[in-house]
Design a protein around this ligand. Structure first.
Ligand code: 6GU
Length: 227
């Protein structure tokens, strides 16, 4: 799967993309992430990417021309893949949305900044708008990383365990059961006997109960909605 990320701050994404599972996925050609600096498509002397808002008021607005030129220059005119704007006004990003996006072979992510982007970008270039939660970030870059990470781990082969993503909290509609590893006793705290019993049916039942109880306690909203 390929991501094209359009941003004014490509450096800000590098360290995360070049670490851990995402790096391995890229090395194994399961994932390709290309970063595009919108400023390179700004044609005026000062390479301006933002300007004052019509109608006055505070803050700056990202100009339409460099964004259209960048996205169309890389993806064609019109683009043939979804163009997703990261904005606090978008639809809420959930595991279900991650699974939906993972079905595409290619996605463009556009990182908004300042007060936002010129409305004509949203109307005539962007095909989807996503927010990662009800709080405001200084820009869409962290949200783009969240989307890439959550989507990439759903690509077959990216996780070590081929079934890894199926048991996840949220993938099942419930939070996951607790996990334990060796030693069987640490500072007097013992691993639940059932997990050492070798009785796989009992273990499966225990995990299911734990999962339900956890979700009931921590996220009753998930039980009601049946997401
Ligand atoms: Cl996608 N962008 C910004 N700037 N703030 C956010 C967000 C996105 N999602 C939640 N807050």
């Amino acid at each position: 799967m390929r991501f094209d990320i359009f941003t004014l701050f490509p450096e800000s994404l590098l360290s995360y993309l070049n670490a851990s599972i995402l790096k391995k996925a890229a090395q194994r050609n399961l994932l390709e992430v290309r970063l595009h600096n919108i400023r390179h498509w700004a044609i005026d002397r000062h390479r301006m990417t933002d300007d004052l808002p019509y109608g006055g008021g505070g803050g700056m607005v990202m100009k339409p021309e460099p964004i259209f030129s960048a996205v169309e220059g890389v993806l064609g005119k019109p683009p043939t893949c979804p163009v997703v704007l990261l904005t606090p006004q978008g639809r809420l990003f959930t595991q279900k949305v991650a699974a939906e996006l993972a079905a595409y072979p290619r996605l463009a992510l556009l990182c908004g900044h300042y007060e936002g982007v010129d409305e004509r970008v949203r109307e005539h270039l962007v095909t989807d708008e996503i927010s990662i939660g009800d709080y405001v970030l200084t820009g869409g870059e962290l949200a783009a990383l969240v989307v890439v990470d959550a989507v990439a781990r759903l690509i077959p082969g990216v996780l070590g365990d081929p079934h890894g993503a199926q048991q996840d909290s949220h993938a099942t509609g419930l939070l996951e059961h607790p996990h334990y590893t060796r030693p069987p006793e640490f500072r007097g705290w013992r691993v639940p006997d059932v997990l050492l019993s070798g009785d796989h049916a009992r273990i499966a039942r225990w995990r299911q109960e734990q999962s339900l109880e956890r979700t009931r306690q921590r996220r009753p909203d998930m039980m009601e909605e049946g997401r």
